[in-house]
Design a protein around this ligand. Structure first.
Ligand SMILES: Cc1ncc(COP(=O)(O)O)c(C=O)c1O
Length: 384
């Protein structure tokens, strides 16, 4: 097998074309002696706020810190509950716990893996401080049912938009839908920097001010600490890299769409569950996640053809060993954790690469009578 390997990511390729620009930016920062916050961060904050259509964008040190800051800004603390889907990355659990609050997990919609709004409505109680929907795999969560209820009941809606920059719900970009949103610029994200970085967005002046105070040691004036904040500042180099990469984000998301379209067309007759996209939402294909009953065998087969795949996520949040008291069961999420396999979908791939992946999957299906992933209720208003 001499064909070139198909990887899940191509970070070297992505940055190779920007190398001279990035090196020049480092040079300018060294000349200016500007390393933390400052003009490069302000500039990126303006640019990304424009891109997202939000009033305030505040650069912070990571997506995890962005979630914690957003929760703290609405006053989340001990005794409060925060509702979030159990099928997600662990950062949201950590951010809630670090506020001293309690996560209340809910199951996910079997068609989209996104939070099930019926379950959110059922989980709301007198101690609910916030709901954190996760725009998982790049897909914007439809929020029709819960947004109005949360507003009426004065419960904060905090979007976890770490995986979905550029996606929208009914024309509103993720990050501009809730009271606040958290983004991650971890290098593997659709917009990634060259280290850790994150962002909080909000339309509200009071919350924006609170985030700015909290991200810098709770300083309300020079060496006047009005709150217990933390050091969650974005550094100038990461901001400069993000300013260089933001203008090409839509183009790179479009390249992901083209790869995803090949999979959706070429795999549609096979016994795999393909991603389903609600009519009201778009996705930026952070991941292309299929569900398959025997995913280890498929992953091994792809590996033998030089094709990488990945499992996001093998375990739900409520199943993590860090939780000694178990919530659940959440059957849909638990089944997803057993069946999901993510295929390569990064912008460095070619149509030929996607055809090769599709062909290898067909080969695997045809090599045996493969069982279909467990069928779910058919959904109206969902397209593939
Ligand atoms: C859904 C989700 N939320 C939060 C985070 C945390 O972001 P970070 O790694 O920048 O702290 C990530 C990324 O890793 C994520 O995928």
């Amino acid at each position: 097998m001499n064909e070139k390997p198909i990887e899940m990511l191509d970070l070297r390729g992505e940055h190779h074309v920007l190398r001279e620009e990035i090196l020049a930016a480092i040079g300018s920062l060294l000349e200016a002696g500007q390393f933390v916050l400052g003009e490069p961060v302000k500039r990126f904050e303006r640019e990304v706020a424009d891109y997202l259509g939000v009033k305030h964008a505040i650069g912070v040190s990571s997506g995890t810190d962005a979630l914690w800051l957003a929760l703290r800004a609405v006053g989340t603390g001990p005794g409060d509950e925060v509702i979030t889907p159990t099928y997600s990355f662990f950062a949201v659990s950590e951010a809630i716990e670090r506020c001293g609050a309690t996560p209340v997990f809910v199951d996910v919609d079997p068609r989209t893996f996104l939070l099930d709004d019926e379950q959110v409505l059922a989980a709301i109680g007198p101690r609910t401080k916030a709901v954190v929907p996760v725009h998982l795999y790049g897909l914007a969560v439809p929020l029709d049912r819960i947004r109005t209820v949360l507003k009426e009941r004065e419960i904060a809606l905090i979007e976890d938009a770490a995986q979905a920059i550029g996606a929208d719900w009914k024309g509103e970009k993720v990050g501009s839908i809730g009271d606040l949103a958290a983004f991650s610029f971890y290098p593997t994200k659709n917009l990634g920097c060259c280290g850790d970085g994150g962002l909080v967005t909000t339309g509200r002046d009071d919350l924006a001010e609170e985030i700015r105070v909290l991200r810098d040691h709770g300083q309300t004036g020079k060496y006047e600490h009005g709150r217990f904040g933390w050091n969650c500042r974005l550094d100038a180099f990461q901001a400069a890299v993000l300013s260089i990469k933001l203008p090409s984000l839509d183009r790179r998301n479009e390249a992901r769409r083209r790869i995803a379209a090949v999979y959706s067309e070429k795999l549609r007759d096979l016994p795999l569950r393909l991603p389903e996209i609600p009519e009201s939402s778009t996705t930026v294909w952070h991941q292309y996640a299929v569900r398959v009953a025997d995913r280890d065998s498929l992953a091994t087969h792809l590996g033998s053809r030089g094709i990488a795949s990945a499992i996001h996520y093998p375990r739900c949040l409520h199943e993590q060993p860090a939780y000694l008291e178990k919530q659940g069961p959440f059957p849909v999420a638990e089944q997803a954790a057993r069946e999901v396999l993510c295929l390569p979908v990064h912008p460095g791939l070619t149509r030929e690469d996607a055809l090769r992946v599709s062909h290898a999957i067909r080969e695997w299906v045809e090599s045996a009578n493969r069982p279909v992933a467990t069928p779910e209720r058919a959904g109206g208003g969902v397209r593939q």
